[in-house]
Design a protein. Sequence first.
Length: 118
Amino acid sequence: MHEMGIILHMAKTLDETALEHHITKIGSVTLEVGEVSGIMTDLFEDCWNYFKVKHPVLKEAELRIVTVPAVTYCGNCGKTYETVKYGRECPFCHSAETWLIDGNQCVIKEVEAETEEE
């Protein structure tokens, strides 16, 4: 279950960012999670809810997940297509000369926070 490791790393990163920028409270964290990232979002949310209470700045933070569709590029015909629907073989020219160009990431997109000055 790599979801737990990702959450632990995120919590550490957010704690460090909060300290560096004098953030007292994080209201929400928005993540972009790729469709083929391998992350089970229901487990991810469970891990988030368990670990956020151990980090005072995250205690009330909401986790928002934005799913990024997986897109594959065909080196043979130059077209892109839906990875999940068609897999590794290009649906246009049936070439296997393809590679994933989007949809396997897990990125913190946005953090809503309050600082000491607010």
